[in-house]
Design a binder for this molecule. Structure first.
Ligand SMILES: Cc1cc2nc3c(=O)[nH]c(=O)nc-3n(C[C@H](O)[C@H](O)[C@H](O)COP(=O)(O)O)c2cc1C
Length: 409
């Protein structure tokens, strides 16, 4: 399954910042996604990374100076601007941010930027005090007002020793923000609620019953919905994942907590996608203190938790309700039954245990089951691509179908 970046022409601007080495990884990721990448470096960037590396990896000459003789005889700052589908500057120094905010064109990158009409993504990276400097913030505001897309720097320990905002985000995060430019904004105005991750059911203060769900599929769904313009609420069990850009997250631990938060917000949602691996049973009694090792065998009585999806199906009126089913056998039988019993519009099922998909994997192999009895068997694909495909199907097979209340979702 092709990435949305496949076949796109991306121009990568690299400036003289300490994070310039990360743009090599970014270039590789764009290429892995099928994009064609050309690189423009500032003269100062050459102090940090050599153009040879970018040239060898990109397969294109690096645009360094305005006045060198280009073998192809083109006016490169115009030709590259016209062919670009998106431009990303990573890292963007305080210097380039100031120059772009003022419309200065005194080198290859700044001159090129004035000629670009495609989406422009700016990834500032610098010392925290530099980033917080009022002049820099003023310039960033100006550029956002001019239509630049800002990828905010991360927090943490910086190469200069300072701790705070200024780190260039991981290349994969930047790649996702660039990819966002190419998705249809077909969920604009919609409210999407997503649940993700495992739940934890405490046995005693130091032990719990849980499952190996990483939350990656649910987070991919939330990220995809936000990229397509939806207002997204992510209700998440414990995971190691960062909240996707543009998504509001509420953290919960137990199945009971997840049920309370879901029911509180469900009425407000247009589309609900339940990806969380919610525990079906919870210990009926939580021990107040740590159970000490003694008896050879102990019994922990368990009771059923609330069936969140079934309850949502019972309450459902105008909403689109999508569930996930992870099974170890008879996927088709269980998924079809769940679809009907819980009044779902679609269910995405997968067989766990396959190394190429499921829990904790970056990929998934899913089957989509629809209300009309049809089944779509999808190939293995990364979870972001799978998430977008699910929204394509919700749009084409549910919202725009004859069976769903028209115009209400
Ligand atoms: C070791 C070193 C690291 C630097 N790191 C950064 C940085 O991370 N961000 C930044 O804005 N400037 C940084 N600078 C300063 C820029 O290199 C300087 O402002 C330069 O004029 C930027 O030029 P350019 O924007 O044309 O690439 C650094 C300078 C040095 C010597």
């Amino acid at each position: 399954m092709k990435s949305v970046l496949a076949g796109k022409h991306i121009v990568l601007g690299v400036c003289g910042g300490i994070a310039a080495y990360k743009s090599i990884e970014l270039l590789r990721l764009f290429q892995k996604a099928g994009a064609d990448v050309k690189v423009i470096m500032t003269a100062n960037a050459e102090n940090f990374v050599g153009p040879m590396t970018f040239e060898a990896i990109s397969g294109h000459p690096v645009f360094l100076g305005m006045y060198g003789s280009h073998a192809d005889g083109e006016m490169r700052h115009i030709a590259w601007a016209e062919s670009a589908d998106a431009v990303v500057i990573a890292p963007a120094t305080a210097n380039i941010i100031g120059k772009l905010a003022c419309g200065i064109a005194d080198d290859a990158l700044t001159t090129f930027m004035l000629a670009v009409t495609a989406p422009k993504i700016l990834c500032p990276s610098m010392n925290t005090h530099m980033y917080e400097n009022r002049a820099v913030q003023r310039n960033i505001d100006t550029l956002e007002g001019d239509g630049f897309i800002l990828v905010e720097p991360g927090q943490g320990e910086l190469a200069c020793g300072a701790v705070g905002a200024g780190r260039l985000p991981e290349p994969a995060f930047i790649l996702n923000r660039v990819a966002d430019c190419f998705y249809p904004k077909d969920l604009k105005g919609k409210k999407v609620m997503v649940t993700a991750g495992p739940t934890r059911e405490p046995i005693d203060p130091v032990r719990f019953v849980s499952n190996p769900s990483s939350g990656k599929m649910g987070y991919a769904i939330a990220r995809a919905a936000a990229a397509r313009g939806a207002k997204v609420l992510l209700i998440s069990g414990p995971t190691a994942l960062n909240c996707p850009f543009g998504v509001s997250r509420i953290d919960v631990t137990t199945a009971g907590e997840m049920a309370d938060v879901v029911f509180e917000h469900a009425e407000n949602a247009d589309i609900i996608i339940k990806v969380a691996a919610v525990s079906d049973y919870t210990p009926s009694e939580k021990f107040a203190h740590k159970i000490k090792k003694g008896q050879d065998m102990i019994n922990v009585p368990m009771e059923k938790t609330v069936d969140i999806l079934a309850e949502l199906g019972r309450r459902k009126t105008r909403q689109v309700l999508v569930g996930f089913a992870a099974e170890t056998r008879e996927l088709e039988t269980y998924a079809t039954a769940k679809l009907k019993q819980k009044n779902l519009d679609m269910i995405a099922g997968n067989l766990v245990g396959d190394a190429s998909s499921g829990f904790n994997s970056d990929n998934n192999k899913i089957k989509l089951f629809y209300r009309d009895g049809s089944i779509e068997d999808l190939p293995v694909m990364d979870k972001d691509t799978a998430a977008h495909l699910i929204f394509d199907r919700i749009r084409d097979r549910i919202i725009h179908s004859n069976t769903h209340p028209k115009g209400e979702v």
